[in-house]
Design a protein. Structure first.
Lengths: 117, 159
C-alpha cells in the first residue's frame, strides 16, 4: 500500500518540477524533457536514482528521468563486463523496450489512424 | 530570455520585449502545478499497478519489472494518441502528461501521424523523432559522458 502512495507522490513531484521548468523557467517542452533526461543520467552517475526507484517504484521509473537512468545503467553494466567499448554496446540494453515499443506502435498508429483535432 | 541574448538586441527590440512580456497573459503556475502533480501522480500510480500485475503473474523481479511496465504504458499512450484522447488530456494537464514516458510515446505517435501526408519515408520515418529526438540525443550523450567518467574512475582506483 505504501508503494502506491509514494509512487503517486514522487511521480507527481517530478511532473511538478517539469511544470515549473516550463512555467517559471520558460523552457519549451522539448527543452524540459531534455533537462529531465540529463538529470536522470547524472543522478544515476552518483548512484542516487536507484534508491529512489527502490523507494517509489513506478513513481521513479515512469517519468522520463528514468530513461536517462536506464541508459546509464545498461552502459555501466556492459562496461563492467567488457571494458570501455561496453559503453557503446550496452547503452540501449535496458531502454530497448521503451524505444522500440514507441517506434513500432507509433508507426502502426500512423499506418492505421488519421490525426484528430 | 537571458541577459546575454538581450544585449544583442537593438534598444527598440528590447523595449518591445519588455512591452510584450508585461502584456502576455499571466500563467496560472499554481493551478498548473497542482494539475501536473495530480495527473502525473495518477499515471505513475497506474504504472505501479501494472508493475505489480507483472510481478504477481509473470516471472519478473523488482529490478526487471520496469521494462514491461513502460512498454505497456507506451502502448496505451499510443492508442490514446491515435484516438485523439491524449492530446485533450495534455491540454490541461501540461507537464503531468508530458513528463511520464507516456508523453514521450505521445510525441512520437503524434509526429508520425501528423507527417503521414508527406509520405512514409520522408514524413513518418523522417519526422517521427521531431520532438523525441532531442530526448534520445541528450539522454544518450549525457549517459555516455557519465559512464565514461565512472569507468575511468574505477579503472584508476582499481589498478
Amino acid at each position: 500500500m505504501e508503494t502506491y502512495i509514494w509512487s503517486f507522490v514522487v511521480g507527481g513531484l517530478i511532473c511538478v518540477i517539469g511544470q515549473l521548468l516550463m512555467d517559471v523557467g520558460r523552457f519549451t517542452p522539448a527543452h524540459t524533457m531534455s533537462i529531465l533526461v540529463v538529470s536522470g543520467a547524472v543522478l544515476d552517475g552518483f548512484g542516487l536514482y536507484e534508491p529512489l526507484i527502490d523507494f517509489a517504484g513506478a513513481g521513479a521509473t515512469v517519468p522520463i528521468t528514468s530513461f536517462g537512468n536506464a541508459l546509464v545503467h545498461g552502459a555501466l553494466a556492459e562496461a563492467e563486463r567488457t571494458g570501455i567499448i561496453g559503453i557503446l554496446t550496452g547503452i540501449f540494453e535496458v531502454t530497448s523496450a521503451g524505444v522500440s515499443a514507441a517506434i513500432i506502435f507509433g508507426f502502426l498508429a500512423a499506418l492505421l489512424f488519421k490525426p484528430k483535432g | 530570455m537571458s541577459n546575454k541574448k538581450k544585449k544583442k538586441l537593438t534598444p527598440a527590440q528590447q523595449e518591445y520585449h519588455s512591452f510584450a512580456r508585461a502584456r502576455e497573459p499571466r500563467r496560472p503556475v499554481l493551478r498548473n502545478c497542482v494539475l501536473a502533480f495530480l495527473v502525473g501522480g495518477a499515471i505513475c500510480l497506474f504504472g505501479q499497478f501494472i508493475s505489480d500485475f507483472f510481478l504477481w503473474n509473470f516471472d519478473f523481479t523488482e529490478k526487471t519489472v520496469g521494462n514491461p511496465t513502460i512498454a505497456v504504458l507506451i502502448i496505451i499512450s499510443v492508442v490514446l494518441t491515435a484516438l485523439g484522447v491524449y492530446d485533450h488530456i495534455a491540454q490541461w494537464a501540461g507537464a503531468g502528461t508530458a513528463v511520464p514516458v507516456t508523453g514521450f510515446a505521445n510525441s512520437i505517435a503524434s509526429a508520425a501521424m501528423e507527417h503521414r501526408t508527406e509520405g512514409f519515408v520522408l514524413g513518418v520515418g523522417g519526422k517521427m523523432f521531431k520532438l523525441a529526438g532531442s530526448v534520445i540525443v541528450f539522454g544518450v550523450f549525457s549517459a555516455f559522458v557519465v559512464v565514461l567518467i565512472r569507468t575511468v574512475i574505477t579503472m584508476l582506483g582499481g589498478s
